[in-house]
Ligand binder design. Sequence first.
Ligand code: ATP
Length: 213
Amino acid sequence: MIGIFGGTFDPVHYGHLRSALEVKEIFGLSEVRLIPSAQPPHREQPAASALMRLRMLDLAIKNQPGLIIDTRELTRHGASYMVDTLKSLRQELKNEPLLLFIGSDAFNQLNTWHQWQHLFDYAHIVVMTRPGFEIQNLDDFFKARRVSEITELAHNRAGKLYFLQVTQLDISATAIRNMFAEQQNPGFLLPDTVIAYIKKHKLYQRPKSHHLH
Ligand code: ATP
């Protein structure tokens, strides 16, 4: 089984990294692909450029075997739709079960994603609990796909929904960007190498109005 972890990573932080490592171990995944988004369709554009977000991700996962960066959304033109990403991964990976990991905040908005029902044609979805985001009542579409055994994911290539409690880290990229803008110390929320990169390139200097996290 292969894990897929999409995000803006603006910047990457320990909420992403700890979750990626945990799911790799819990599901015994051969790899987790971190896929930075080029133009996120659902939100305002990232504060850091795609190349800078990629560089920060690279610094963050150095020496972490099994965590891999996949740049397909950066090399593709136009909006980054997850359904297109899964489709292209499925073409490459043929019969491998694919697990798409999303936080509970993203799951609560899943039905706004482009062709969201079709995500299940290509992958399973695993929802990771995130502090402050209760999972809303499941409708019949989700109820029909929900499973509670990991073996059910391993025995199918796609199509199932699974909920997983990961270590609760109340860390968000929005809060981190605001800390940099206000000259607060974001230490221990993200890797020191990433903090050094942000400071060197003077990223996130101005406060950005943003949705709450
Ligand atoms: P922002 O604050 O800019 O919206 P973010 O911190 O939510 O950013 P994203 O890159 O948008 O980070 O998130 C990518 C994926 O990681 C999403 O599925 C999100 O739900 C999940 N995620 C982010 N932070 C955490 C966390 N602390 N715990 C668990 N999952 C997380």
